[in-house]
Design a protein. Sequence first.
Length: 651
Amino acid sequence: MAIVSEGQISVVLPDGSSRQVESGATGADLAKSISQGLYREAVGTTINGELKDLFTPLKDGDKVKILTPKNEESIELLRHSTAHVMAQAVQKLFPTAKIAIGPTIDDGFYYDFDIPEHNLSSDDLEKIEVEMARIAKENQRLVRFDIPDVDDQLRQFKEQGERFKAELLQEHRDHNPTMYLMQDKDGNTIWNDFCRGPHLPSTGNIKAFKLLKVSGSYWRGDEKKDHLQRIYATAWWNKADLDAYLARLEEAEKRDHRKLSKQFDLFSTHEEVGPGLVFWHPKLAAVRSAIEDFWRLEHRKRGYQFVFTPHIASEKLYQISGHLDSYGENMYSAMDIDGQPYRAKPMNCPGHIMIFKTQMRSYRDLPLRFAELGTVYRYERSGVLHGMLRVRGFTQDDSHIFCTPEQLESEINGILDLIDYMMKIFGYTYKAYLSTRPEKYIGTDEEWEFATNALETALKKRGAPYDVDEGGGTFYAPKIDIKLYDAIGREWQGPTVQIDLNLPTRFDVNYIAQDGSKHRVIMVHRAVLGSLERFVGGLIEHYAGVFPLWLAPVQVVVVPISDRHHEAAEHLMKLLNDADIRAHLDDRAETMNKRIREAQLDQVPYMVVIGDKEQANGQLAIRHRRNGDMGLMTPEEFVHRLQAEIKFKEQ
Ligand SMILES: [Zn+2]
Ligand SMILES: [Zn+2]
């Protein structure tokens, strides 16, 4: 234990060492005491793990990390501070603009504005960028300011017409509200904003940003409240990072599944049907069927049993399950059947429990693994609906495992195996997160500990890295969430595994143990693909519409050069059909080149040309969409080749 001299405090650095600084010292003082270089680079701190301003006073015993642009955490400070710079610029250019909120989001930030009688255009965005660059260059300091008199500040905000700020301040008045003053080098306040921070020390650190787009929004996301204009933007520490990000954005736009759907004729939604309800066209339905076949095979191999359950059920079921209470706002209103209220199912779990409970199960019957490609209906606000990724009706690859406590760990391990196998087939890398008990929960501490341990032990034994999301579990279950990373490094919500401490009790689900007594069953919910709509929508973007052979909607196009080659083409088509290969005979009266070109544009993996020469020697001229001309093969050789490639699901 270091002895701390009077007037000094001791703080702990990231390497575990202690350091003495003057009492009242800030992160900036600490940085300076370590080195001038660090002081120059410093942009903020984390104090006991929390992101803070560089000028936040330190307390004795604090764990302090000085942040520079090299630390991942510091980008938040940059983006959030740039949001204020943007708001200042907007109010400078549009003096009637009133400001709402400006949080950071993945890779950037936005700010909401009320600008009476002006719709922001892309020209405006350019002007705002120029003004922002000026503010950044001015090196304005961002100074924290504790509001001494809330009522007086409220009055000022109202006088300025800043009604959103006033509303927020009123709400936070008892939480030590702070403002941030943006000051020039002489200490004159140029602009201020109501904010809890933290921020960069000055705008001089802001060097690379871009305003991306304007869209409509509502105050507090409420369609009945003020309509606002939202500017989306991004900021990075340097131009190279910004350029790389913009290139990724452009790539992502090219891969947008809604855009590729138009190009390849994949799916549609319809105004007269209602938003968020997806129609799978034949090509995408073929992709889905291939995935479902694969899914069924892998589940059968692992001892799952398939079930089907109804799409509607009496409200009674959801009263017992508790969904009406805890999930009611996501469920569609009741329909009347014989005077009884029925609901569209939001989840498959109660249905699987119904099947489990038709018999008294013994420990010898367990584990039971029920699996269903179960279609569910959940309400989502129309504003958040997005192509196939966020919809109102979707099919989950849902499964519920009923087991004894002794079996739990190996069941979890089996699920993780399956997840690993399937995600690798699709070419995703992934990372696991263990979400532990939240503040509000049901069940006993022992149950939570047991369930969390089972998940953690299974994760540990696999040796793969995972992160812990403290308190991130649902109220009824600790869980493992898997995040997927696609071909361009974007993160997607992936498989989940949850241990349920709620439904087995609500439905009184038991089994007979070895000693003949009744025990509560352990129930695990798990989805590997999640929603098929979202998964396949994501796959379209992951593959940029170019599905590997095993998933390709059409795997082979057969092109006979003229009518006299028709017989050989039909013969090949029969071989392909018999081998369960998705083939299309293109015998239109178009030139061979045109037919090949179209198949190529359609990203059909293989194209087969049959002409006089091929017909005479019983061979096929094969063309691959990426590798081009592959020479001649007999029909049998070709079919074998395809079968092998499909079987191994080559990318
Ligand atoms: Zn702020
Ligand atoms: Zn479930």
